[in-house]
Ligand binder design. Structure first.
Ligand code: ZN
Length: 884
C-alpha cells in the first residue's frame, strides 16, 4: 500500500454509477438495511455420504422463530448452485416448498420445527473452491463467507449460530481420515469397505465456520497443556511424505496458544485442534472451529524448500487462524459489513505476536511496507472503501488490505492512545461482554471505551471514512521555541466526497542536532483540521521526528530538508523513524526527478550523493543488526513512488529507480562485495544473526546486479551453487533471472529439475521469472502460461505467474501487452474461479493515476472485460467500480 498526493478525481455519484450498469447487475447489499433473522437455527445435524463426484447431504435444521425478527412464517434458506431432492418438515415429506431464485422457501405454521433437506453436490466439478470441493483426491470445505449455501440450504448468515452434529461416511480406502469441527464422538465400519465418523462441536457457531475434510492424510501429532492444566491434542494433517515439513507450523501453533493466554488471557476451549493443509485454496487459511484449513504454503517448510520469509509467513498465519478462535469464533460478526471486527483485530493480534517472537522493529517496518504497497493504493483508487464498508455486491471482494491491514492499524491506534494495560482491560471486557454473540465494530469500540476508560467518539470516523488521511507537519523555530503546525485532510473517495477530520495519534520527538539526543517522546493527538504544539528551550533549531513507529496510518508530508533526513537516518533511536528517514530521502529525490521538477544536474547529484552516503553508513554501521540493516537497504517500491504523484509514468519511475540503484551499486561496489563476503561466511541457522546475514547477502546482490552486473552474476552463481537453503538459492536465482547472462537459463533449468513435483517451489520458479527485472519478461510470462506445469485451476499457480507479473515494470510495458495479458487472464479465469479472477482487476483499475497513453490502454482492457457475457458477480463488481 502506498500513498501521497491524491488526484482530485470527480467523486463518483452513485446514481450515475447505477445508471451505467446493465439491468442484470447484481443487487447491492447495504449495511443500513440490516434486519434480525426471522428464524433462528439452534441445531444443525448433517449427514454426508461422501463421493468425489457425488456427495449426498442430508441436513436436519431445528428452526425456531426469532422473537426479535419480523414474525414472517416463511423460512428463507439461501442456496447457491444446488437443488433440493426432498424437503420434510417435522419428519413428514413437505411438498409446498418453492424456490425464489437460488433460495428455498418453506412456510411454517408454528414457532419451532425440524426441517430436513436432501441435496447433492459434485465436489470434483467445484472449481470455485467454495463449498465442498475435491483437491488432490481429498474432499474439503470452504464456507466463509457464503459457501455453506453451496452444500445445503441454510440462512447462511453469521448472526445465525447453531450447535453442529456431523456424520459422514465414505470408502475407507479413498477417505481413511474423516474430520469435522469439535470432537469425534463415534466411528465405525460400514458395508462394502466404507466407514463413518460422527463429530460434535459444543460451541454454537455460524455456518461459515463449518468444515469437513475427508482424505488420505497423515498427522504430525503433539499436545499443548493450557494455563488451567487441560491437555489439548494437536494435529497437522498433510499428505504422506510431507510430515517432516510441518514442524515449524506446529511450533508456531504451540507458541500462539501460549502467547494468547499471556497477552490476551485467552485459553483454548476444545480438547482437540486440527489443521489440514490443502494445495487448492483461494486464500491463505481458514479458521473453522477446531479444524483450520490451510493453504499448503502456510504450513509446509524446511530449509531446503522454504525461505526465511516463508517461515515468518507460516508463523504469522498459523497464529492468525488460531487467534480467530476468540476474535472471530467465540465472538463472531453480526453481518459481513463487520468483517474488520474479526479480521482487523486478529491481524493486530498476529502482528503483536510476531513482534514478540522475533525483531519488533523489523516486524513493524515490514507491516508498514505491506500497508503502503497494498492498502494505500486501494484507499486512493476506485475500489476505496471504509474498514467497515457501507455496501457490497459480492462480499468476497471485501477481503481486502483495507479491512485487514488498515483495520489492524485503526485498533493499534486505540492501543497507542490508551496504552497496552488499559487496552487489555478493554479487550477483556469485549470478550467477556460478547462471548457467544455476533457483534459489531461499534460493540468493539464501546468495549474498549468502557474497559479502557477512553472517549473514542470522534475516533469512530476511522470506521466510516475511506481514504488515507494526509498530514502536513511544519516546524518553525524562533527564540529557542520550536513550534510544530499540523494540518490534516482526508481525501475524497468514491461515494464520500466530503470528509470530517479524524483522530490522529502522532508519536513525536525533537532531536538536538549537536548531541544527537532527543528529550523524550511525546504523544500528540491531532483532532482538529489543524493544531500547533510548541517546545521551548532549544539552543538551535532541533530536528523533528514524527509519526514514530508509524503511530498513525497516514501519508505524512513533513517537508524535511535533506540534511534533516540524513541526520534521522543516522541518529533516530526509533527504528521505524530511522527506516522512514532513509525511505523519505529516496522518495524526495526520485519524485523530484520524475515529478517534473526542473532539477539542475548539481541538485540531482547532491540528492544522489546524500543517499549514497546514508546507504554507505547503513552498510558499515556496527551498531545495526543485519536484519535491520537489510530493512534499511530496501529502496521504496515503484507502486509507493507512483502513489506520491497524482498521475505517474510507470516507465519513468522504473528507469529512475533502477538508475539510482545502478549508481549506488557502482559507487558502493567494494563495500557491497565485502558485505556479501562477510554474510556468506555465516552458517545456516534460524538465529536472527544467520537470518540477517542471508537477508543482506541478497540485498547486496540486488544493488550489484544494477551497478556491476558481471560481478553480480558471478556472486549470484557462487551463492546459488553454495546454497544449503532456499533463502540463498531463491535470492541468487532472483538476481540471475533479471540479468542477461547465459547462466540465467542454466540455473533456472537446474532449479526446475531439482524441485520437479514440489508445487510450492515450482510456484517460486514461476514467480521469479514473472517478477524479474529482465527486459523480456512479457515474452517469458507468455511462454510460461503454456508450460506443462501451468494451470488455471490452482490458485497458487495462477498467482505465482500473474500476481508477480502485475507488480513490476513489465505490466506497464509500452503498447499495453501486459494489460492485455491480465485482461485475458481475468476473462479465462472468471468462469473457473471468479473469486481469484476478481483479484486481478485492481491493477488495471489504477488507470486514472497513470499517464494518458497507458491509461487509455488500461481502460480499454477494463471495458473489454466488462463486455464479456456471463461475468461473475465478483468480477462484475470490481470492473464496474473501476470504470465508474
Ligand atoms: Zn482472518
Amino acid at each position: 500500500m502506498d500513498i501521497a498526493s491524491r488526484p482530485s478525481e470527480p467523486s463518483t455519484n452513485p446514481e450515475t454509477a447505477d445508471a451505467a450498469v446493465p439491468p442484470h447487475a447484481p443487487a447491492t447489499i447495504r449495511r443500513e438495511d440490516y434486519q434480525q433473522p426471522a428464524w433462528l437455527v439452534p441445531e444443525v445435524a448433517l449427514d454426508f455420504a461422501l463421493g468425489l463426484e457425488a456427495t449426498r447431504v442430508e441436513a436436519r435444521l431445528s428452526v425456531a422463530r426469532n422473537p426479535a425478527g419480523n414474525g414472517s412464517p416463511t423460512l428463507r434458506l439461501a442456496g447457491d448452485g444446488i437443488t433440493a431432492e426432498s424437503v420434510a418438515v417435522d419428519g413428514a415429506p413437505h411438498g409446498a416448498w418453492k424456490m425464489d431464485g437460488p433460495d428455498l422457501l418453506v412456510d411454517l405454521p408454528g414457532e419451532v420445527h425440524e426441517v430436513t433437506i436432501v441435496t447433492w453436490t459434485n465436489p470434483a466439478a467445484n472449481s470455485q473452491l467454495m463449498g465442498l470441493y475435491a483437491s488432490n483426491g481429498m474432499l474439503c470445505t470452504q464456507c466463509e463467507a457464503e459457501g455453506f449455501r453451496r452444500i445445503t440450504f441454510h440462512p447462511d448468515r453469521p448472526d445465525v449460530l447453531s450447535i453442529y452434529r456431523v456424520r459422514m461416511s465414505g470408502t475407507k480406502a479413498q477417505f481413511p481420515v474423516l474430520l469435522s469441527n469439535g470432537n469425534c464422538t463415534a466411528r465405525g465400519e460400514g458395508a462394502d469397505g466404507t466407514h463413518w465418523a460422527e463429530w460434535y462441536d459444543p460451541w454454537p457457531k455460524p455456518s461459515y465456520l463449518f468444515a469437513l475434510v475427508a482424505g488420505d492424510l497423515v498427522a504430525n501429532h503433539d499436545t499443548f497443556t493450557t494455563i488451567s492444566g487441560r491437555t489439548v491434542d494437536l494435529n497437522i494433517w498433510v499428505r504422506d511424505g510431507d510430515q517432516d515439513r510441518t514442524h515449524h507450523a506446529m511450533q508456531a501453533l504451540k507458541d500462539s496458544m501460549k502467547w494468547d493466554e499471556e497477552a490476551f488471557g485467552r485459553e483454548y476451549d476444545l480438547d482437540l485442534f486440527n489443521i489440514v493443509a490443502v494445495s487448492d485454496f483461494n486464500m491463505g487459511a481458514m479458521e473453522n472451529k477446531g479444524l483450520n484449513v490451510f493453504n499448503t504454503r502456510y504450513i509446509l517448510a524446511d530449509p531446503d524448500t522454504a525461505t526465511d520469509m516463508d517461515y515468518d509467513g507460516i508463523e504469522g498465519v498459523v497464529a492468525h487462524e488460531y487467534f480467530h478462535n476468540w476474535s472471530g469464533n467465540r465472538v463472531t460478526c453480526r453481518d459481513w459489513f463487520q468483517l474488520s471486527l474479526k479480521e482487523g483485530f486478529t491481524v493486530l493480534r498476529d502482528q503483536l505476536f510476531s513482534q514478540d517472537m522475533g525483531s519488533e522493529a523489523v516486524k513493524r517496518i515490514e507491516d508498514v511496507r505491506i500497508l503502503r504497497a497494498a492498502q494505500f493504493p486501494e484507499d486512493s483508487g476506485p475500489l476505496a472503501h471504509p474498514i467497515r464498508p457501507d455496501s457490497y455486491q459480492e462480499i468476497s471482494n471485501f477481503y481486502t488490505a483495507t479491512v485487514y491491514n488498515k483495520g489492524a492499524e485503526v485498533i493499534r491506534m486505540m492501543r497507542t492512545m490508551v496504552g497496552p494495560e488499559r487496552f487489555r482491560k478493554g479487550t477483556d471486557l469485549y470478550f467477556d461482554r460478547h462471548d457467544g454473540e455476533a457483534a459489531t465494530c461499534e460493540d468493539f469500540v464501546k468495549a474498549i471505551e468502557d474497559g479502557a476508560g477512553a472517549d473514542l467518539g470522534q475516533f469512530r470516523r476511522w470506521y466510516a471514512q475511506a481514504g488515507t488521511p494526509r498530514v502536513e507537519a511544519r516546524m518553525d523555530f524562533a527564540e529557542g521555541v520550536a513550534t510544530v503546525t499540523l494540518t490534516q485532510t482526508v481525501p475524497p473517495t468514491p461515494g464520500q466526497p466530503g470528509k470530517q477530520p479524524v483522530v490522529i495519534p502522532l508519536r513525536l520527538a525533537l532531536f538536538d542536532r549537536a548531541s544527537g539526543a532527543n528529550r523524550g517522546e511525546e504523544l500528540v493527538v491531532l483532532r482538529e483540521p489543524s493544531m500547533q504544539v510548541s517546545f521551548a528551550g532549544f539552543a538551535e533549531r532541533p530536528v523533528l521526528s514524527i509519526n514514530r513507529g508509524f503511530s498513525a496510518p497516514i501519508a505524512l508530508d513533513a517537508g524535511q530538508a535533506t540534511a534533516d533526513l540524513v541526520f534521522l537516518a543516522a541518529h533516530d533511536d526509533d527504528p521505524f523513524a530511522r527506516y522512514e528517514a532513509m525511505q523519505q530521502l529516496v522518495v524526495q529525490h526520485l519524485i523530484g526527478l520524475v515529478g517534473g521538477a526542473m532539477l539542475c544536474q548539481a541538485e540531482r547529484d547532491a540528492g544522489r550523493e546524500a543517499i549514497g552516503r546514508a546507504l554507505e553508513a547503513v552498510i558499515g554501521d556496527p551498531a545495526l543488526d543485519d536484519l535491520m540493516r537489510g530493512e534499511l537497504m530496501i529502496l521504496p517500491g515503484e507502486t509507493y513512488l507512483a502513489e506520491q504523484l497524482a498521475v505517474a509514468d510507470p516507465g519513468v519511475i522504473h528507469e529512475e529507480r533502477e538508475g539510482l540503484k545502478a549508481w549506488l551499486g557502482a559507487q558502493l561496489r567494494d563495500q557491497l562485495i565485502a558485505l556479501h563476503e562477510r554474510a556468506s561466511a555465516v552458517p545456516y541457522g534460524l538465529s536472527a544473526e544467520a537470518r540477517g546475514a542471508r537477508k543482506i547477502k541478497t540485498q547486496a546482490l540486488v544493488y550489484l546486479a544494477a551497478g556491476a552486473p558481471e560481478v553480480a552474476a558471478d556472486l549470484a552463481v557462487q551463492q546459488y551453487d553454495a546454497a544449503d537453503n532456499m533463502t540463498d538459492r531463491q535470492g541468487a536465482l532472483m538476481v540471475l533471472a533479471g540479468l542477461d547472462t547465459p547462466l540465467r537459463e542454466v540455473k533456472l533449468a537446474a532449479f526446475h529439475q531439482r524441485y520437479a513435483g514440489n508445487a510450492l517451489v515450482i510456484d517460486k520458479w514461476f514467480s521469479l521469472q514473472a517478477g524479474s527485472l529482465h527486459p523480456r519478461v512479457v515474452d517469458h510470462v507468455k511462454a510460461l502460461s503454456g508450460h506443462p506445469d501451468f494451470t488455471l485451476t490452482n490458485p497458487n499457480r495462477v498467482r505465482s505467474l500473474y500476481m508477480a507479473f502485475t507488480a513490476p515494470h513489465a505490466f506497464h510495458a509500452q503498447g499495453g501487452e501486459g494489460y492485455r495479458m491480465i485482461a485475458d487472464l481475468i476473462v479465462a479465469l472468471d468462469p473457473i474461479n471468479p473469486q481469484t479472477a476478481a483479484r486481478f482487476v485492481a491493477p488495471l483499475g489504477r488507470w486514472r493515476r497513470v499517464e494518458p497513453m497507458r491509461s487509455a490502454l488500461m481502460r480499454a482492457e477494463l471495458e473489454r472485460i466488462a463486455a464479456t457475457p456471463g461475468l461473475s458477480k465478483d468480477t462484475f463488481e470490481q470492473v464496474s467500480k473501476s470504470l465508474g
